[in-house]
Design a protein around this ligand. Structure first.
Ligand SMILES: [Fe+2]
Ligand SMILES: [Fe+2]
Length: 276
């Protein structure tokens, strides 16, 4: 299978976004949107820190490491900076820098190279899971958002995430032609990484965003639970479950006909697990 071309230019730049045209009044009172964008900006900018582990993991394969350094890493960080710029335009009273520093201190203790899958092919499957998460999350967010500049921005980011997925999936195919992991190992990796996605990153980011937003009150677990109830309520209407399932099962070395049979029960299961 041919690998994707590495010479693709970055598809958009921060300068392409007309932040002066933001209709701030129409989004300023949407606290859910603020918390979501601020948390996303933290997690995206952090890529700068954890991506070094990943690049190290693929040392010796210049094609993969070049793409990671010159495209993936820079695009992820740009996503974070774009959200930061948007937040500073709409919610200028939020002290983004201090909140991010507090977040970074707590997060950095968790970021270790040991969290990567020891086999390269399986780490690439895990990356597909992460990019499925971001692609579908931004698709849902774009569907939710009405403000035109933010919609345009999220549209760009969503396209980048889908391209990341495609790269990782093709790199996986190339590595698995050598490593030969079977259905069980690939599913186990997908499952492992799915459980992590639901875990710590988003929670720690949210906690620091919320604490900075409400400096006069202690952060409570109930604040996080209330936000999650809102996420679930909106997911019912906006989250692309079928897209998520198709992307997740695509790397599994199993007949395409079987995948097509399985995809609808899996969509039902995904709705049940995520909304329950
Ligand atoms: Fe991203
Ligand atoms: Fe990505």
């Amino acid at each position: 299978m041919p690998l994707p071309a590495n010479n693709r230019r970055q598809s958009w730049r921060l300068d392409d976004i007309d932040f002066d045209a933001v209709d701030a009044a129409s989004v300023r009172n949407d606290e859910f949107l603020f918390l979501t964008l601020a948390s996303a900006s933290f997690v995206e900018i952090l890529s700068e820190m954890y991506s070094d582990n990943l690049i190290e993991h693929f040392q010796g394969n210049a094609e993969v490491t070049n793409w990671l350094k010159e495209h993936w890493q820079q695009e992820e960080v740009q996503h974070g900076h774009a959200f930061k710029a948007y937040i500073q335009r709409v919610w200028p009273e939020f002290d983004w820098e201090s909140a991010y520093r507090a977040f970074q201190v707590q997060y950095s203790s968790l970021c270790t190279v040991e969290q990567l899958e020891p086999h390269r092919a399986l780490e690439l499957v895990a990356r597909c899971v992460v990019e499925t998460g971001t692609s579908t999350f931004y698709r849902a967010l774009e569907d939710y958002v009405r403000e035109p500049v933010l919609r345009q921005l999220i549209g760009h980011i969503k396209t980048d995430e889908a391209a990341h997925y495609t790269h990782f999936r093709r790199y996986f195919a190339a590595y698995n032609a050598i490593e030969h992991h079977g259905v069980g190992a690939v599913i186990a990796t997908i499952w492992r990484r799915l459980r992590e996605i639901r875990g710590e990153d988003a929670y720690i980011a949210f906690k620091h965003v919320y604490a900075a937003r409400h400096p006069d009150q202690p952060f409570l677990a109930s604040d996080w639970h209330r936000y999650n109830r809102m996420v679930k309520r909106l997911a019912r209407r906006h989250y692309p479950y079928l897209m998520a399932v198709r992307m997740l099962i695509k790397p599994i070395p199993m007949a395409e006909t079987l995948k097509r049979v399985l995809q609808w029960p899996l969509v039902g299961l995904a709705r049940l697990v995520s909304l329950g």
